[in-house]
Design a protein around this ligand. Structure first.
Ligand code: FMN
Length: 359
């Protein structure tokens, strides 16, 4: 079988190789999966406007996010339970991200604990994604472990006070097997047993408010990023409450079906933030041209969830690394052909179009 040449081919191969329940969990979205589809489709509503006769003899995809240098403006998004697709799961993903020169964000409900990731790949730049569990002791222990294990930032995800209605999981009866070893889930339910996704999210504190976020951002020794922001109103509140960064995200179409594509929400958030913190986005990134479109609309960088996950599922650590390398070479080529020597050179004038909404 020839090696896949793009993310779509990794996605296709992963679909052929994964057991249907596991594939449905990773691929699926909520409800009618409108938002899931629109996350991807939104990129094709924009056209790129290249400038010519710009010196592009030296082009780099390198940039900084929260002051840290990355070799490409793509971070690895937090995706739960990665040992479902590869025995080394999150550890393999962290190694791939480090080899690609980018950050891996470890999920709060990962199948590896923060200290394990730090021990297995000490040099890897890493963020920790937090869910605030109803059991505040479990939440506090996770934050402490991430701080002690040398994580560089906390990303608090706030778009999932309950799980979205993911009908693929209902159809297959998919559950997270107890023997997978998901430390935070086991700690929060007090047992290592199989759990449905609905039950996992019932562990999350649905009463969380802005004061809680402000308290976390004010007391944590690491920068705190807010993930799952959809509107300008919430972006302003995030800045007021001390967010070091904002991730415009609809959780890959897995939560409230019917919200706009993440790319569509991005300009509103960028305008509301007025440069007071970095804005990132995720949802639907499959191509280097998707990345530069998001940069043009004001994202400092993007996160990719399923794309590297399909690489992990197909080829383990090497597969995840290959996907990140494909994305980097696509970003470099897109920058070159757009007339932009680096990600910072991409401006809103490099795109036109966007969604045409009825008034
Ligand atoms: C299977 C799966 C599990 C996910 N788990 C988490 C998670 O534990 N925490 C979180 O903040 N986001 C989670 N996400 C959302 C991703 O971080 C990201 O927002 C989304 O995947 C981006 O869309 P993309 O897959 O099209 O790149 C998950 C997404 C998927 C597909």
């Amino acid at each position: 079988m020839p090696e896949p040449v793009n993310v779509w081919e990794y996605e296709q191969l992963a679909a052929e190789r994964l057991e249907p329940g596991v594939h449905g969990y990773f691929a699926g979205g909520a409800g009618d999966e409108r938002t899931l589809r629109e996350n991807v489709a939104a990129f094709s509503q924009w056209r790129l406007r290249p400038r010519v006769l710009v010196d592009v003899s030296e082009v780099t995809a390198a940039t900084t996010v929260l002051g840290a240098e990355l070799s490409l403006p793509v971070l690895v998004a937090p995706v739960a339970f990665q040992r479902l697709v590869d025995p080394d799961g999150e550890v393999a993903m962290a190694r791939a991200a480090a080899a690609a020169g980018t950050v891996m964000c470890l999920s709060a409900i990962a199948s590896s604990r923060p200290s394990e990731l730090a021990a297995e790949c000490p040099a890897a730049p890493r963020w920790f994604q937090l869910y605030c569990f109803r059991d505040r002791g479990v939440t506090r222990a996770l934050i402490d472990e991430a701080v002690e294990s040398g994580f560089d930032a906390i990303a608090l995800t706030v778009d999932a006070p309950r799980a979205g209605r993911r009908e693929r999981d209902l159809r297959t009866g998919f559950e997270i097997p107890g023997e997978l070893g998901a430390p935070a889930v086991a700690a929060a339910i007090g047992a290592e047993r199989s759990v449905s996704i609905q039950e996992v999210f019932s562990l999350v504190d649905a009463s969380l408010g802005w004061d809680d976020f402000g308290e976390l951002a004010g007391s944590c020794s690491l920068p705190v990023v807010l993930k799952g922001v959809h509107t300008g109103e919430d972006a302003r509140l995030a800045v007021q409450h001390g967010a070091a960064g904002i991730v415009v995200s609809n959780h890959g179409g897995r939560q409230l079906d019917g919200v706009p594509a993440a790319l569509e929400m991005l300009p509103e958030v960028v305008a509301a933030v007025e440069g007071r913190c970095e804005v990132l986005m995720d949802g639907g990134i499959r191509r280097g041209t998707d990345v530069v479109t998001a940069l043009a609309l004001g994202a400092r960088a993007v996160l990719a969830g399923r794309a590297p996950l399909w690489g992990l599922a197909v080829g383990g650590e090497a597969g995840a690394l290959r996907v990140l390398q494909i994305l980097r070479s696509e970003v470099e080529l897109a920058l070159t052909l757009l007339g932009c020597p680096s990600p910072c050179a991409v401006r809103v004038e490099h795109v036109r179009g966007g969604p045409r909404l009825d008034p």
